[in-house]
Design a binder for this molecule. Structure first.
Ligand SMILES: Cc1ncc(COP(=O)(O)O)c(C=O)c1O
Length: 381
């Protein structure tokens, strides 16, 4: 959310950003960037794209929308693709591979890059969780033929994504311009959201009165329910809301992206991540997903703290009801296979993603961590 603090300049360790890659073009979202990356590759209709079993639906929808086939690969316990278990026949049939850096904790994709090169497969590096960071020997995004990112996960913008590449100049994307009304709405939405969540002190009372007046004239928005539709392909595609994938991003997003400093985003995410870690160092029923978490986080701006929970069901439902900033990728695309040795499907069930967003403060992190510990104690009784 936009606040005065968004403009604050904070010294942060020199963590690089995907934005600094030689070729970049902005889109309306991370999913739009994946779609555009696939168009850049200019694959024949029906070509196969390899996608991880651990995914959010917005990673699969763009592939189908580009009239391509999806095939799945499994993951190793470190979150990298289990290359050795991709059948040779499958590799031969595939033209592209989507590999995500999960949780904002990017890793070297040297082996993946070599494997793709050896098999003539284009690599799309999905950096939706890591707008900033190093992926081993390279900056995030520098391994892929094309790389994609999601600005709205890191900056207070209505929606925006990034398509980037070190290897290939980006061909013109033929994007349509949103209407003037949408452009103005983009700005209004940013400011209204900030006002609703008590940001922008000083001018908030004036803004609040204006928005009250505005909303008294428009029909009441329906209350959002949290019950997701069953995981059928049509529902999943509809929920992914792919409507604006062929538009240019809004002026509001581009202006804020250019204006806002980044140091605070990186420093506060690292701080939040490190604050979660001690809570779960020695917890019956749960553990940090990766043993080397704090070291990885130093060269990153973590998106979430990934926590493995042995019996997640009751804990997760209770956390959602308490509206705490915790997610789980449990809506996997219909037809995602079970693959021997793959951790992906287990992660969809057991891994809770604890948000590290820069606008969360110490009290938010403590409240979330303590709630999880309490729920774990309750579930072991
Ligand atoms: C790993 C990953 N890739 C891609 C996306 C799509 O990003 P966006 O929401 O900006 O479309 C997401 C969204 O959650 C994501 O988590």
């Amino acid at each position: 959310m936009l606040d005065w603090s968004s403009f604050q300049r904070v010294d942060a360790p020199g963590v690089p950003s995907i934005e600094s890659l030689p070729h970049t073009a902005f889109t309306t979202s991370g999913r739009a960037a994946i779609y555009q990356a696939l168009l850049q590759l200019d694959l024949p209709a029906g070509s196969t794209v390899l996608v991880p079993t651990y995914h959010c639906p917005t990673m699969v929808a763009p592939v189908l929308l580009a009239h391509l086939e999806v095939a799945y690969f499994g993951l190793l316990p470190n979150g990298l693709p289990d290359l050795a278990n991709i059948p040779a026949e499958q590799a031969k049939r595939s033209q592209a591979m989507l590999v995500s850096h999960y949780f904002g904790l990017a890793k070297s994709l040297a082996d993946v890059r070599n494997w793709c090169d050896a098999h003539g497969i284009a690599l799309i590096e999905d950096c939706a969780h890591c707008y900033f960071g190093e992926a081993g020997e390279r900056t995030v995004g520098a391994w892929g033929d094309f790389s994609t990112a999601s600005l709205s996960k890191f900056l207070p913008v209505p929606e925006a994504g990034l398509l980037a590449s070190t290897l290939h100049p980006i061909k013109p994307m033929a994007l349509a311009k949103p209407s003037l009304k949408s452009q103005i709405k983009g700005w209004v939405d940013v400011i209204e959201l900030a006002t609703r969540y008590q940001r922008l002190a000083g001018i908030r009372p004036v803004l609040a009165s204006l928005f009250k007046l505005k909303n008294s004239r428009s029909p009441q928005a329906q209350a959002l329910t949290e019950v997701p539709a069953p995981a059928r392909e049509a529902n999943m595609m509809r929920d992914c809301d792919m409507n604006r994938i062929s538009q240019t991003p809004l002026w509001a997003s581009m202006a804020l992206k250019s204006m806002l400093p980044r140091g605070r985003i990186i420093a506060r995410r690292q701080r939040n991540f490190n604050r979660y870690a001690p809570y779960f160092a020695n917890t019956p029923g749960a553990r940090p997903l990766f043993a080397d978490l704090p070291a990885t986080a130093e060269r990153a701006a973590p998106y979430v703290f990934p926590l493995w929970v042995d019996k997640p069901e009751a804990v997760y439902q209770a956390l959602r009801q308490m509206e705490l900033p915790v997610f789980r990728w449990d809506r996997i695309w219909p037809g995602t296979p079970t693959i021997a040795g793959d951790v992906g499907l287990q992660w969809s069930h057991h891994v809770l993603q604890l948000l590290c967003h820069q606008d969360l403060d110490d009290a938010d992190i403590d409240r979330t961590a303590q709630a999880i510990l309490q729920l774990l104690r309750n579930s072991s009784d």
